[in-house]
Design a protein around this ligand. Sequence first.
Ligand code: MOS
Length: 734
Amino acid sequence: MIGQALNRVDGPLKVTGRATYAYEHWEGGQPLYGFIVGATIGKGRITRIDTESAERAPGVHMVMTHLNAPAQGARDESIPMEIWRAQPVLTSPDIHHYGEPVALVVAATFEEARAATDLVDVEYAGGRGRFDFAAHEDEVYAPKVVNAGLPTDTAVGDFDAGFGSAAVRVDQHYTTPYEFSMPMEPNACLVEPRGEDLVVYVSCQIVDAARASIAATLQMDPARIHIVTPFVGGGFGSKLGIHSETILAALAARASRQPVKVALTRQQIFQLVGMRPTSSQRVRLGAGRDGRLVAIAHEVTMHTNPDLEYAEQTAATTRSLYAAPHRFTSHRLTPLDLPRGADVRAPGEQPGLLAVESAMDELADALGMDPVELRIRNEPTVDPERDVPYSNRHLVDCLREGARRFGWERRPATPASVREGRWLVGYGMAVAIRGHYQGPTTVRVRLETDGSAVVQTDMTDLGTGTYTILTQVAADGLGLPPDRVRIELGRSELPSSWGSGGSWGAANSSTAVHRACASLREKLLVAACGDARSPLHGLDPADAVFADGSVRIDGASEALSEIVARNHPGGVEAEGETRFMGDDPNYAAYSIHTYGAHFAEVGVDSDTAEIRLRRMLGVFSVGRVLNAKTARSQLIGGMIWGVGAALEEEAIVDPRSGAFVNRDLAQYLVPVHADIPEVDAVVLDGYDDKANVLGAKGVGEVGICGAGAAVANAVFNATGVRVRDFPVTLEKVL
Ligand code: MOS
């Protein structure tokens, strides 16, 4: 079962509209609707806020501002991950960024709430702030650590001496813009008061973090918060934690004793959820004439909100990617009065690889060497900074297999040398690398007396395929047909998990299911082999085979339903766990990542510089695949994001106000069907025995990593023009 291209088990519910998303819940009777009023300055303070006319408007039940909002828990910096901390709102008249909530209007209908927001009269003092990254790029500080607790700086050997002595050098700056997760389902919730408890239907990635964060903010016992999120319409980092709409809805529901719904509009999402920091990156590569790197430096400067530090781990994978004796990486932050930086799909690797893999292409060009060959020449034997072995890399296999399948030998050797009519044609490639993470996760598997199984965990399915892969792993573990397995996810009453994020969800929860099934099998065998009424009595459990809903030992067989019914009249269950990676010795002993190689062909209009992707291929090494179909979808989706990062995505800040000016999906461009021709993703057969017992690693984000650089490198190959300021738009190529 594991690895098969099983169709999504939740597919029929989704295409028939029976999968209920957060804002569609209707529990607790007629809800009230809240609408957030956002600050119209980017820095300063509220000097007067008048809610009287809004309160008198039709349908309005209450208007909450900093003047009447309940006291809330403060952020606790001793909690290592921001998403588990309190997220207080409306705490003071101070404004920290444009769009910050200054009021919540609660009314009988959504329209009445929204209409009344215009009647909230706010006066501000100030307005001037630090909004322009380029103007403040040199005013930096070093954070203590970067995202995921990784070190801020690293150094090996003597970079300056190594770089100074190199025969061929690349020294370039690359810039990447503010980018957003923008899942199809907006951030939204219904909060229903039930006695002293709150039931929170919220679109989120990590149920345990949502509960902890809401409880800490509202200063409630976490046991009184019940999270429900069976279906999530995409997250991509923007739902790792809880945002102001959920805190405001919870405060309003508790105050009004009625259910309250709040959803963010698409425009509000741009101001209230957080974005990938903008970055300026300097990459220096020094190599011998044979292409062997002697020195690598990757220095990153990013924006951060001054109160909510966030440092994307942009240079982190540069520490592991290529061999070179002299190395240096650093991350610096410049505080700006903008929304906080946040995890956005492949945080770190996506912008970092745009820079490093562009620089590698520049080095190949300077050497007159094939870019694939340059990567192969710099393949390390051990992790070059940690000096530990790779668990399971196969990057060179990805490069060779990708080059063969793509027809890389047809790449134009000289840039701007191939023309088809108006179109200049070019090939580009780049490498993918992403860290593999693991967190504490518990899963319960239960066998009923009818021989069917139920898998329970608070893990979420963001549309990624969790329901399906857990069905497969449980069916495999118990020898059941998949339609005899039911998966229950996304409720805080279920055993807690690390949820979906960082590409860890699938491997984590599958490993826990696999282990739960192993202990369940053991319980069943102990019962059957020791039971005189069983045909398996006295046989050796070590010879047992679980298949087709039965246990077979030698020639004898008994149905699971009979074993359960006779020995466990109420059903039988077992739990399986994974632990925090910091407590797993393999994380210290090995460098554990996923890898890939991207190949892209573009056409560039020789008159207008319009760039069209013509085809794209990614070949990946991710250990064992859990479902061939959902994995391929994840990888292709990631590659398309990479195309967006290369050619389209960019949120632009108004330097006068700190607002994002293109704050909707008409103006913040992402690839649409017409932008994406033939794209294929291939996964090498694999099994990473250091990652976990299933040999599986995540596929959610590795598809994005490096994909954009492959496209940008193809644009260079087509035109001879190197654009280092992403996205590569036509006016920069002309
Ligand atoms: Mo991912 S950016 O950790 O959802």
